[in-house]
Design a protein. Structure first.
Lengths: 315, 298
């Protein structure tokens, strides 16, 4: 029995309406994502405004952060953020790209099917647990086995200054960040290296290139923009990590060049002091720090996106 | 002309430049293997160290007792309320993030105009790269300043972390649904919403579920978004979502900061429990995804 024409028309109308409703719902979902981002930026600017109107942009360069004297400046934290993130990025790039190459081009498939997820598992370890291990395992190791050794060997370079008495230092924080950033860079670059056309690799090998020559001459040049983008995303992760860093960095709000002394980053200071704000200006200043962190994070991500889209030769 | 006897092995032994190239190559291969080995070793050292410090602590009474009152010197206690509270917060967070994430993915893959799609996609990527502590600070300013700390606030902060995770993985999963299925549905005159709810979502369900489970594991371990939204909790079981609710990450953080030996051994026990839970969830989700994709031949 075929349905009557009226019933068919009703069904069609219903379907059209349901499709429109689903479209509207989906649009709402997308809109929420967009609005959430705008709201975050607005809210943080709004709450930071007392500090912004008091200090202006000179807040970025002021070197004194002293809540009990009600004096605030962001430079020690900006400096600490850049130092820890860049230090960790140097190591994490080398390790991450090497692992990415291993997983995509060197290892037999059954090996990379096991090693790949294990490396990604590193990123799944909660930062508070990583920080705990940082305090009791990594910091003592750094203090007793690495700092003295580096200071003795490379002490003429000012960054390898005299070791501290506790293992909590900028250097320890950087090492903890390496553990967090390596899996990100490894996973991103692995996917990137897999997009290099097979013919290019085969061509290089047919010409007698060794593995290294193939990677040096074909893989790295065709993927360099993607590697840069992956490193930027890793950098974005490093600047934003709060908990693990605050547990091992020592929380000293002074900018200095010794990697083996304590420090603070924007995120670690927020984690450490946000709940113990002493005044309205203190709170506003911390929102200002959050704003700086937010701008750095957003800029890094936008730049990574731009680099991979506009300079990418392999898509 | 004298003929030297040919050494049969000679031609096969690399010399000069070739030898140098092969040596460099071997060093390079060794370095990549070493890097991968180092990462895996670090993972095992981390797990082993947490297990050696915390595994002995975990037993039924530790997992069900109330939290220790560190500030009064009596540190006998467990992590029962923190486990229940973490579950509650993550449930609230997922209840927000799952619909928003999946709807965003549907919008971006099925409906969006390319130009709008780029904007929303950029917003999604920026949200994914957002420092997690910013999510906490945002909700602290938005809700906590007016209504105080609560499980709702913590859930909202965590959902900001979860939405991009769920949306991106769902999108990837929905894009892998063969286009022929969509065309077949269109050719049969199936309405758009029926195609999406009846064909695309069920086919992509494996990926969406895996993404959700991974996002739950991620949220359960996040400290920074919860630190300012549900931290001043008591030691008792607390289920009222309008109040601050105990949770594992902040409890670990506070126990460590207390610098009390017993409290720190409690922290190791809680850390061991958390890490086992999260790693087991991760492994299970990945194994399940691989199996379900193999079954459907994707």
């Amino acid at each position: 029995m075929t349905p009557s024409r009226a019933r068919l028309a009703r069904l069609n109308r219903l379907d059209a309406r349901a499709s429109r409703a689903l479209r509207g719902l989906a649009l709402a979902g997308g809109a929420i994502v967009f609005i959430a981002l705008i709201a975050i930026v607005y809210q943080i600017i709004n709450q930071a405004s007392p500090a912004i109107s008091k200090y202006g942009l000179s807040f970025l360069a002021r070197t004194n952060w002293n809540p009990s004297a009600n004096v605030f400046g962001a430079w020690p934290m900006i400096f600490g953020t850049l130092v820890t993130s860049l230090c960790s990025l140097v190591l994490a790039t080398l390790l991450g790209v090497a692992i990415g190459l291993f997983l995509s081009l060197m290892a037999p498939r059954h090996v990379s099917a096991v090693v790949g997820p294990l490396v990604e598992m590193l990123a799944a370890i909660p930062s508070v647990v990583l920080g705990l291990v940082g305090i009791y395992l990594i910091a003592p190791f750094v203090l007793h086995d690495i700092e003295g050794w580096l200071h003795a060997g490379l002490g003429f370079i000012p960054i390898f200054g005299p070791p501290g008495t506790v293992g909590n230092s900028v250097f320890t924080a950087s090492l903890v960040l390496v553990i967090m950033v390596v899996p990100i860079i490894a996973a991103l670059t692995r996917d990137l290296f897999l997009t290099v056309p097979r013919e290019l690799l085969d061509g290089a090998e047919a010409l007698g290139a060794t593995r290294w020559e193939m990677i040096r001459g074909v893989v790295l040049p065709t993927t360099q923009s993607g590697i840069v983008a992956a490193c930027m995303l890793g950098f974005g992760r490093a600047i934003g990590e709060a908990i693990a860093v605050t547990q091992v960095i020592g929380n000293i709000t002074v900018a200095h060049h010794n990697l083996f002394a304590g420090g603070a980053t924007l995120a670690s200071l927020l984690a450490n002091q946000f709940l113990t704000s002493l005044s309205a200006l203190n709170t506003a200043s911390m929102f200002y720090l959050a704003l700086i962190l937010l701008v750095m994070g957003l800029a890094t991500n936008l730049l990574a996106r731009y680099v991979s889209h506009h300079f990418g030769r392999v898509r | 002309m004298s003929v030297t006897a040919a050494d049969p092995a000679h031609a096969l032994t690399p010399t000069g430049n070739l030898r140098r190239r092969l040596l460099i190559n071997r060093l390079f291969v060794g370095a990549t293997v070493g890097a991968a080995g180092l990462a895996v070793t670090v993972l095992f050292i981390l797990i082993y160290y947490v297990a050696s410090q915390g595994a002995g602590k975990v037993n039924l009474s530790f997992l069900t007792s109330q939290l220790p009152l560190v500030s009064f010197g009596t540190v006998q206690g467990g992590i029962g309320p923190a486990i229940v509270g973490s579950g509650e917060i993550v449930l609230i967070s997922t209840a927000i993030a799952l619909p928003v994430g999946v709807l965003t993915a549907i919008y971006l893959t099925e409906f969006a105009h390319p130009r709008v799609a780029t904007t929303v996609q950029t917003a999604l990527e920026l949200l994914a790269g957002l420092p997690t502590i910013i999510a906490g600070i945002f909700v602290a300013g938005l809700l906590v300043d007016h209504y105080g700390e609560s499980a709702y606030a913590a859930g909202l902060a965590l959902s900001i972390i979860q939405v991009p995770l769920i949306a991106r993985a769902s999108m990837e999963s929905m894009r892998r649904v063969p286009y022929t299925l969509r065309e077949a549905a269109d050719a049969l005159g199936v309405a758009r919403w029926r195609t999406i709810t009846g064909i695309i979502l069920p086919t992509a369900a494996g990926g969406i579920v895996t993404a959700t489970v991974l996002a739950i594991a991620r949220a359960a371990g996040e400290t920074a978004p919860v630190l300012f939204t549900s931290s001043a909790f008591g030691t008792h079981y607390q289920l009222n979502p309008t109040q601050q609710v105990p949770n594992l990450p902040v409890e670990i953080y506070n126990l460590v900061n207390s610098a009390n030996t017993t409290a720190i051994s409690d922290a190791w026990g809680a850390a061991f429990f958390l890490i086992v839970l999260i790693l087991a969830t991760n492994v299970a989700a990945r194994v399940w995804l691989r199996r379900s994709e193999r079954k459907r031949g994707l």
